[in-house]
Design a protein around this ligand. Structure first.
Ligand code: DOR
Ligand code: ZN
Ligand code: ZN
Length: 416
């Protein structure tokens, strides 16, 4: 048995304690433990690794933007020890052979554990897709997306997902309500993808909420938030919708779907998050090259990177007293793991030993060129963050003081 000792968040509070790990799992949590290898972190915090239920690692097919190696390294540096990767890669993962191809392409290349989504297109035979962590439906057009917009296709897709027993994550914007016209600014982008389109998609999904486990991605405005509260659906909020808005001078570097909205939306989302009403924090890490964003607003692709900065920025907000650690860990670790049936997201006996070491004294300032994503920029330039000093993945020290330690050993997760 190996032991990690520090101040850990256990049974609802921070206390000095030891975590015993064997064969990749947590086997014991006690005041004192003796192990073969003993990692002593003094008064630094030991937290569960974050589980990000929504990233776009672009592999295969768009690996100039990102690949599984760079995307997972970026995640590791951001304290994320498990990601669920979206299917809008090339070819789109909407049939069994594309899923198999993707599985083979990314195998052995990840620094952290991962699950793969399969997308549902009008002709997708869900039953024949094979093993995947969940399904993805795009109701509104976005970058490299395959749409499911007709009622009969949506009904068929959701019923098939219900039978398969895995959750379905939905990009909820009604395609028919999106305006195609020239855009020159974040405000134009917001007008072309109105909040009513998101709300209408969510209302449509509600009719199906008893037929499958529906998860609404990246909720962007306060009306959607009110509509989802108390519904039978889970949902995600991104760091960018809580920290950025369309009045900021981000130009195409803030262009994303659904769009950044008004200051009042941003504040409502953050407040709701702080109150523990948001089930899951998801970064929707969607990197595009700097040169693509430089093309001019209309031509620039939508999407922004975030897997390395999301959890560390939230930790800095905990340190500053805006947010409780308990709430953050529930949304960033525990609930994503539970929603997708992963044996992760908590420091508890039997769970995978995925843990981070954080020194709350070591606040740093985010710099795009220091990030590990291929894109090399961030919309959060200059923001404060608490990056992990060490990361354990299934009991092995994989990152320490900014350097990777062992061979990469991330693998596709298994799920209940
Ligand atoms: O802005 C976005 N970018 N929204 C999406 O739904 C897809 C994503 C991407 O893959 O770039
Ligand atoms: Zn989306
Ligand atoms: Zn996405």
């Amino acid at each position: 048995m190996d032991v990690v000792e520090g101040r850990l968040f256990f049974q609802g509070r921070l206390q000095k304690a030891c975590v015993g790990m064997e064969e990749g799992r947590i086997v014991s949590v006690r005041k004192a433990l003796r192990g073969d290898e003993h990692y002593e972190f003094g008064d630094r915090l030991i937290l569960p690794g974050a589980v990000d239920p929504h990233v776009h690692f672009r592999d295969p097919g768009l690996t100039g933007k990102e690949d599984f190696s760079s995307g997972s390294l970026s995640a590791l540096h951001g304290g994320v020890t498990c990601v669920l990767d979206m299917p809008n890669t090339v070819p789109p993962v909407i049939d069994a052979s594309a899923l198999k191809e993707k599985r083979e392409a990314v195998s052995g290349r990840s620094w952290i554990d991962y699950g793969l989504f399969a997308g549902i297109a009008p002709g997708t035979d869900v039953a024949s897709l094979g093993k995947c962590v969940g399904y993805k439906i795009f109701m509104g057009s976005s970058t490299q997306s395959v749409l499911l917009r007709e009622e009969k296709d949506l009904a068929r897709g959701i019923d098939a997902v219900g039978k398969a027993g895995r959750p379905v994550s939905v990009h909820a914007e009604e395609d028919a309500m999106l305006l195609r016209r020239e855009e020159r600014s974040l405000r134009d982008h917001e007008e072309c993808r109105p909040r009513q389109a998101e709300l209408a998609a969510i209302e449509r999904l509600k009719k199906y909420q008893d037929r499958a486990r529906i998860n609404v991605c990246h909720v962007s405005c306060l009306e959607s938030l009110s509509s989802l509260k108390g519904s039978g659906m889970t949902f995600e909020v991104t760091p960018h919708h809580m920290l950025l808005d369309s009045s900021m001078d981000l130009r195409a570097w803030g262009k994303v779907n659904p769009p950044l909205r008004r200051k009042a939306d941003r504040e409502a989302l953050f407040q709701s998050f702080c109150q523990g009403e948001v089930p899951m924090l998801a970064t929707d890490h969607a990197p595009h090259a700097y040169e693509e964003k430089e093309r001019g607003f209309g031509e620039a692709p939508s999407g922004l990177p975030g897997v390395e900065t999301g959890f560390p920025m939230m930790l800095a907000l905990v340190k500053k007293g805006f947010l409780s650690l308990d709430v953050l860990l529930r949304s960033a670790c525990c609930t994503p793991a539970r929603t997708f049936g992963l044996n992760k997201g908590e420091i508890a006996e039997g769970r995978d030993a995925d843990m981070l070491v954080i020194d709350p004294r070591e606040i740093t300032v985010i710099k795009g060129r220091e990030m590990h994503s291929k894109c090399g920029w961030t919309p959060f330039e200059g923001r404060e963050a608490l990056f992990p000093q060490a990361v354990f993945l299934r009991g092995k020290l994989v990152l320490k003081d900014g350097s990777t330690m062992a061979e990469r050993k991330g693998r596709e997760i298994s799920y209940a």
